[in-house]
Design a protein around this ligand. Structure first.
Ligand code: PMP
Length: 399
């Protein structure tokens, strides 16, 4: 008989499963608030002008497609480190950082996880409760036990910071703590700069290893503003890891552009760590693809394109904020009794609305408005044409 005869069907990815259901829905009024993608007011995934210009130049230059180095394009890796730590960073000038180009933020997390498993085979990984739905499975697949630390507080719709600190202070030394650097997914609830200081202090005190996940730099307040956690870790003297994703900030989802950055204690140490990270890459996919990283590097290193990108990124950020205020206004206008002002405080693409699984199900069946069963909606999928309909749907299921 077939060697696959007894293979069971794996459970569907909850969010990709939602997309399939959305695509199969024939109602013309349907709205997909499930995915983590930024759409324009026309409901399209944008191709940024800065990206288009860099791609045009690249097409005209028609570069040969030899293999990249295992760690990817040097110009890209340098640009990523500068985006994270700033152009005057002492860590960078000291040679304490190493960056490798990775296949999206997911690829960066996985290379980092595989490397950490070799370095600290007995460590436990802690992720926020709740967290991006792939964090747990990703670190488990790298061989780590994964636990939660307290994070979201459903009553305040903010962060249970006391609980978070208390959990950090109980972790065994050399545990790995995955932290959302900004724009927490799925809740949209971030901690303040002052709270980050306390987190850094707790991590230092307990001798923990921070793995910062930076998937939305520039989506909350700005490129530099959203890197406040990185500034504090950089100043702490700690060693830590950072995964970067340019899926959202460059709207390059399918090109899989990300990076893993590790901060070591010295240049010599960084060189040795890089050599080990390269072994992880070599045995997984050998080296990264050429296109996405080259485009991002071209945009970041050209003053004109960089300026254009920053303006386009600001445009996305502002549009999301406008949708947050419009949603709150429209819910109020419909006489919704619940206070939705928390939506204005949440940052990034998402909002944890507090809608129950049952209410989310009703929005889907009665209105064709799709959201994640946890009540997470993608604010970046709202637009001037669908927002009234979405507000109607939410108001109806809250009655
Ligand atoms: N981390 C977080 C917190 C995310 O939300 C995502 C997905 N949007 C990723 C990592 C993965 O990013 P990418 O799509 O670039 O792999």
């Amino acid at each position: 008989s077939s060697i696959f005869a007894a293979v069971e069907m794996a459970p569907r990815d909850p969010i990709l499963g939602l997309n399939e259901a959305f695509n199969a829905d024939t109602r013309s009024t349907k709205v997909n608030l499930g995915v983590g993608v930024y759409f324009t007011d026309e409901g399209k995934i944008p191709l940024l002008g800065a990206v288009k210009a860099a791609e045009k130049a690249r097409l005209e230059a028609a570069p040969a497609r030899g293999y990249q180095p295992i760690e990817g394009l040097a110009a890209y890796n340098n640009a990523v480190a500068t985006l994270l730590f700033g152009k005057d960073s002492a860590l960078i000038s000291n040679g304490q950082t190493l960056t490798i180009e990775a296949l999206g933020g997911t690829g960066a997390l996985k290379v980092g996880a595989d490397y950490l498993k070799r370095l600290l085979p007995n460590a436990t990984v802690y992720i926020s409760d709740p967290s991006w739905e792939n964090h747990r499975a990703l670190f488990e697949s790298a061989g780590f036990p994964v636990s939660n630390y307290a994070y979201y507080d459903a009553t305040t719709r903010g962060v249970n910071f006391e609980g978070m600190l208390a959990d950090l202070r109980q972790m065994p030394a050399q545990s790995i703590v995955v932290l959302h650097a900004c724009c927490h997914n799925p809740t949209g609830a971030d901690i303040s700069a002052d709270q980050w200081k306390q987190v850094v202090a707790a991590i230092k005190e307990r001798n923990l290893i921070a793995f910062l996940d930076m998937a939305y730099q520039g989506f909350a307040d700005g490129i530099k503003e959203d890197a406040v956690a990185l500034d504090l870790f950089a100043a702490s003297g700690l060693q830590f890891l950072v995964s970067s994703s340019f899926s959202k900030s460059f709207s390059l989802y399918g090109e899989r552009v990300g990076a893993l950055t590790i901060v070591a204690a010295s240049k010599d140490e960084a060189g040795r760590v890089l050599s080990q990270v390269k072994r992880v890459v070599r045995t997984n996919y050998s080296n990264p693809p050429t296109h996405g990283g080259a485009v991002v590097a071209a945009v970041l290193s050209s003053p004109e394109l960089r300026q254009q990108w920053e303006e386009e990124l600001a445009g996305m950020r502002v549009r999301i904020r406008e949708m947050r205020s419009a949603l709150v206004e429209k819910l109020n206008a419909r006489g919704v009794k619940q206070d939705f002002s928390f939506v204005l405080k949440q940052r990034g693409m998402f909002s944890y609305t507090g809608l129950t699984a049952e209410q989310v199900e009703r929005m889907k069946t009665e209105f064709g408005v799709y959201a994640v069963s946890t009540g997470r909606v993608c604010i970046a999928a709202l637009n001037s044409k669908n927002i009234d309909y979405v507000a109607d749907a939410i108001a109806a299921v809250l009655k």
